[in-house]
Design a protein around this ligand. Structure first.
Ligand SMILES: Nc1ncnc2c1ncn2[C@@H]1O[C@H](COP(=O)(O)OP(=O)(O)OP(=O)(O)O)[C@@H](O)[C@H]1O
Length: 368
């Protein structure tokens, strides 16, 4: 579902930016601090309700403004325009509108506008805590399996309640067992969806990675959060006494992880930083490819392309993204680093960013 128009107000140094992106490739060039990343941040906000740079909303609302606003016209699957908007207030309030109606939550935006981000922090997917990788898996499962979000929310609620009981102490194993039925039922559902998703994603990932770098031999291992030989029921029952002692639930889908292994062990310990970025880019592109094949187009945001990869791998990444035929926004400090020969049939628009002002640059007047 491409963005056909974008209006950004008061996001960082972007007082008011309006533009009509290409439904294919958009390249934004500008000096450091000019506001390129803020455009991607605004699109990310519209999809996730949060920034990828900071959890503190006040940091991205323009100084001395009460709120920021991102509004977009999307094209739905029938080619009809769908207006969507998100306003974030300084006091934390968030308002989401879809076709003029107030939406219940940002999840409704996420469903309409799947966004995949590749940025210089990408390697953190391997380096960060398992929660970062769970988020990565869950984003994919959310778009892949319509029943997932309900089960996930129910399971999270049951887990929170159980942990509160455990923290308070003075709970017997038999009383806890009564609480555990829902936790186990929903936890198994969440785990089943994650497992099925990783299985489906793996061949896409391996194929994309082989295009980016044929020499990199890595594999994906899904760790469900407890002994793979046991059901969740068995693990929860066996761990009840220990949970009471520890004051929290120590095994279950809340401990799940996606482990990336290379020949020498953990990819994190053996691959170079650049190779880790390739692996992460492959994971993200594979997620996108899978979605596209399910008839769910998405938007790729590639921030600071040259910081990501060397010239050879940049070319390969651009070729891959182009072949997916999805909408792409790429930022770069200079035109030379995005100098890639796009196919004649690809609609490429070049924009320049200067002090928070975006304009279509001469290279952008391509003929369709
Ligand atoms: N809340 C805010 N209000 C106003 N301006 C802000 C705010 N937060 C950051 N800025 C400024 O907005 C700009 C944001 O730039 P951004 O990070 O988007 O630039 P960029 O072009 O991606 O730069 P780089 O190439 O260095 O990554 C910076 O000049 C920054 O100082």
């Amino acid at each position: 579902m491409p963005l056909v128009r974008l209006d950004i107000s008061h996001v960082r140094n972007l007082a008011s930016v309006r533009f009509e992106p290409s439904s294919q490739v958009n390249i934004i060039i500008g000096e450091n601090g000019s506001g390129k990343t803020s455009v991607l941040e605004a699109i990310h906000l519209l999809s996730f309700g949060r920034s990828f740079r900071s959890h503190k909303h006040k940091t991205y609302i323009q100084h001395e403004q009460d709120s920021c606003l991102v509004f977009a016209q999307l094209h739905n699957e029938h080619g009809r325009p769908t207006p969507v908007g998100l306003q974030r207030h300084r006091d934390g309030q968030i308002e989401v509108r879809i076709q003029g109606e107030r939406a219940q939550s940002v999840i409704e935006l996420a469903e309409r506008l799947p966004v995949q981000l590749i940025n210089p922090d990408a390697f953190r997917l391997l380096e960060g805590s398992p929660s970062v990788r769970r988020q990565f898996i869950d984003w994919g499962v959310f778009h892949f399996d319509g029943s997932f979000i309900r089960a996930w929310r129910g399971w999270q609620k049951a887990l929170k309640q159980r942990n509160t009981l455990l923290r308070r102490g003075k709970i017997s194993p038999s009383l806890l067992a009564a609480f555990d039925q829902e936790l186990i039922r929903l936890g198994e559902q969440v785990n089943g969806s994650r497992k099925a998703y990783v299985e489906r994603l793996t061949p896409y990932f391996l194929q994309v990675l082989s295009v980016l770098n044929a020499e990199l031999a890595v594999s994906l291992q899904f760790y469900q959060g407890w002994d793979s030989q046991k059901t969740l029921q068995m693990a929860v029952e066996a761990g009840r006494e220990r949970d009471i002692e520890l004051g929290y639930t120590h095994s279950g889908p809340q401990r799940a992880d996606l482990r990336v292994k290379s020949a020498g062990g953990d990819a994190l310990d053996t691959l170079s930083r650049g190779q880790q970025k390739l692996v992460v880019s492959a994971l993200k592109i594979a997620q996108g490819q899978l979605l596209i094949e399910m008839g769910r187009p998405l938007v790729f945001l590639v921030d600071d392309l040259p910081a990501e990869l060397d010239a050879n791998h940049r070319q390969k990444l651009c070729r891959l993204l182009e072949s997916l035929n999805s909408q792409i926004f790429i930022t770069s400090v200079g035109p030379d680093t995005t100098d890639f020969t796009w196919a004649d049939t690809t609609d490429v628009r070049h924009f320049s960013m200067n002090n928070g002002e975006l304009s279509l640059s001469s290279k952008g007047f391509q003929e369709s």
